[in-house]
Write a protein that binds this ligand. Structure first.
Ligand code: F6P
Length: 365
């Protein structure tokens, strides 16, 4: 009987369990056994952390948030933080141990579900250790280049849009400016999609460095037209012209990317000073990663999972499943991890936003 192993790495995203469900069911129909590696590669480092996944175990998980396998963004086996006897943390390469257990368990394929960090690790296992790997793209940020969309994004945008809808009444009742910080790392997709859908006056994204004076000008213009409140959506990776991104933490051991956060509060302070308006800020944070996946995300996740099993059957390794238009397509992992997908400045979403009066904090001719 053929055996495959599946793992979930990086930040969780709604839809992870739906991928696991589809993989288990599609593998079961081919008489293959599926094992889940807990917390990224933990199950491949210590086989006690592997769980046998059967259709019974995954029966009800499709609509649930999170991942039944657990996840981590500090579990890169090529640079793993390990505590030594003296209690100090050292970074060690434990990838050979992973590979040894993979072979010993008799797996013929590893389906790695993750964002760019996890997919890069999967690609290294494929090219440096000869592991037959298939990637499944996951991130609420939607910043993976080789796929039109990732699951988790639609749910995050829906959560953010619902929050904006709710903030309108308070903003209006108190004649206030409400600044909402959303996730997305260095891409403005969540801010842009939720901001347009949720009736924002101003959207600040990493792709367009902003000028605080232009934001305040927009708020003053609103006042002239009798609108005494404003909703500002700011992506966590956005920054003012000629300033650095604001980071919360640059030094979590074993973490590949910096922890962003704080720009919402900063923007609110600047608006209060220059526009003289009562201003409040809030951070939506991990609410955007939680809850049940939307129908769109469930379907996409189920399609990715089933397609990954078809790829395993066809021995289509060192590749990632992607959404291309409305179809599933296998792309090279090497291409999938080359840079992050940004909002194109000439995209129709940017044009739509400008046409309906949304300001990006930049000067437009
Ligand atoms: O990549 C997903 C994401 O939610 C980003 O939008 C955010 O910057 C980061 O993860 C937060 O990471 P953590 O869960 O470690 O705080």
């Amino acid at each position: 009987m053929k055996k495959i192993v599946i793992s979930t790495g990086g930040g969780d995203a709604p839809g992870l369990n739906a991928v696991i469900y589809a993989v288990v069911k599609a593998a079961h129909s081919r008489d293959w056994e599926v094992y889940g590696s807990r917390s990224g590669y933990k199950g491949l480092l210590d086989t006690d952390e592997l769980i046998r996944l059967t259709p019974d175990i995954v029966a009800d998980i499709t609509p649930t948030g999170g991942t039944i396998l657990g996840s981590t963004n500090k579990g890169n086996p090529f640079a793993m933080p390990v505590e030594n006897l003296a209690g100090d943390i050292q970074i060690r390469d434990v990838s050979d141990r992973v590979m040894k257990n993979f072979t010993r368990m008799g797996f013929f394929c590893h389906i790695a579900i993750g964002g760019d960090g996890s997919l890069e690790i999967a690609h290294r296992f494929a090219t440096e250790k000869g592991m037959p790997v298939i990637g499944v793209p996951k991130t609420i940020d939607n910043d993976l280049k080789a796929t039109l969309l990732t699951f988790g994004f639609d749910t995050a945008v829906s959560t953010a849009t619902e929050a904006l809808d709710k903030l309108h009444s308070t903003a209006k009742s108190h004649d206030r400016v409400m600044v909402v910080e959303v996730m997305g790392r260095d891409s403005g997709w969540i801010a842009l999609n939720s901001g347009i859908s949720g009736g924002a006056d101003i959207i600040l994204i990493p792709e367009i460095p902003f000028d605080v004076n232009i934001i305040c000008q927009k708020i003053s213009e609103n006042e002239l037209y009798g609108k005494h409140y404003a909703i500002v959506v700011v992506a966590e990776g956005a920054s003012a012209i000629n300033t650095e991104r604001i980071c919360k933490d640059k030094s979590e051991i074993g973490r590949q990317d910096v922890l962003l956060g704080g720009i919402g509060e900063w923007v609110a302070k600047q608006i209060k000073e220059c526009a003289g308006k009562d201003t409040r800020s809030l951070v939506l944070g991990h609410l955007q990663r939680g809850g049940s996946p939307t129908t769109f995300d469930r379907l996409l996740a189920l399609r990715f999972g089933a397609a990954a099993v078809r790829m395993a059957e066809n021995k289509s390794f060192d590749k990632m499943i992607a959404l291309d238009g409305s179809e599933m397509k296998a792309v090279n992992l090497a291409d999938a991890i080359k840079g992050r997908k940004k909002v194109p400045l000439d995209s129709d979403k940017i044009l739509t936003a400008r046409d309906i009066g949304i300001c990006f904090g930049d000067a437009v001719e």
